[in-house]
Design a protein around this ligand. Structure first.
Ligand SMILES: *[C@@H]1O[C@H](CO)[C@@H](O)[C@H](O)[C@H]1NC(C)=O
Ligand SMILES: *[C@@H]1O[C@H](CO)[C@@H](O)[C@H](O)[C@H]1NC(C)=O
Ligand SMILES: *[C@@H]1O[C@H](CO)[C@@H](O)[C@H](O)[C@H]1NC(C)=O
Length: 252
């Protein structure tokens, strides 16, 4: 994350403030009633903290900004009376991050806001998948999103995957949805798959998988082969040894 300390950024009109006795925070986008700022990935959030409320606090009091409790390094000239930070671009990790501001002398009066970063599930495009017959077929979709997706569906050749007929299982958590078939079969499992996630905010997104089931490859049985080679070597050694006796005999 990059913090840009530039007061010139704050020419926006939407000012909404969260007050405490000593300091107040203004932001773009605006802060809602629960002291939450709604934003999206890659966006920019501008925050300004200034002395407010009581007139007892001198205008040149030094301010401190914190992100999740950790002090943000502020440039000289961006600390006294009024201080701004800029979150640009907003990243995944900013979701739920709390930005707070207080007087450096007295942190009793602290103003804070929390970011709610929304993002769509990362589903798009298509992928070619080749699976050997009788092997495990696993297809996986990344459904991580804020707000969470409301549904995930899997289709094969355009109709809902028949779990029972295809011997499929589907496991979904908040992050991924995984379609598994324990033993791939050309007639049952080859085709065009699609996982579709529905987001209450971003609508539908989907990803396609073109699955080809290939011939089962004959696996060279390694252990019997090694045993065979050992026997072969031993027999030929014995043969040489017995022959050697004869050769030596006739040479004498
Ligand atoms: C800190 O601020 C609070 C509330 O603004 C005030 O009641 C308190 O006296 C202050 N403490 C000091 C040490 O200035
Ligand atoms: C964040 O915003 C989304 C939609 O805008 C909402 O569904 C979700 O509950 C919010 N999360 C928090 C922690 O406020
Ligand atoms: C899906 O469609 C493809 C192409 O039409 C076909 O070869 C395949 O057998 C179909 N898969 C299933 C499971 O019906």
């Amino acid at each position: 994350m990059k913090f840009v300390f530039n007061a010139l950024i704050f020419h926006f009109l939407l000012y909404c403030a969260t007050h405490t006795l000593g300091v107040e925070i203004q932001s773009d986008p605006e802060i809602n009633g629960d002291r939450v700022i709604h934003t999206e990935l890659e966006e920019t959030v501008s925050l300004v903290c200034q002395l407010g409320g009581s007139h007892e606090t001198p205008a040149d009091e030094e301010l401190v900004w914190r992100r999740n409790g950790n002090a943000i390094r502020l440039a000289e000239g961006n600390r006294k009376g009024r201080s701004s930070v800029c979150v640009s671009p907003v990243i995944y990790e900013d979701n739920g991050a709390t930005f707070s501001c207080h007087l450096s002398k007295n942190n009793t009066a602290t103003a804070s806001v929390t970011l709610n970063v929304t993002y769509r599930p990362q589903l798009s495009g298509s992928e070619d998948v080749a699976v050997e017959a009788e092997s495990v077929l696993v297809l996986q979709c990344d459904i991580w999103a804020n707000p969470p997706v409301s549904s995930v569906t899997w289709t094969l050749n355009g109709s809902l995957v028949d779990l029972l007929a295809g011997g499929f299982s589907v496991i979904s958590d908040g992050f991924t949805s995984r379609l598994t078939a324990e033993s791939a079969d050309k007639s049952l499992h080859e085709g065009a798959y699609q996982c579709t996630a529905e987001s209450p905010k971003y609508g539908v997104s989907s990803k396609q998988f073109n699955v080809a089931v290939t011939e089962k490859i004959f696996k060279f049985p390694l252990m019997p082969a090694i045993a065979g080679i050992v026997v072969l070597v031993l027999t030929s050694l014995l043969a040489v040894a017995s022959r050697w006796k004869k050769i030596r005999k006739c040479c004498k």
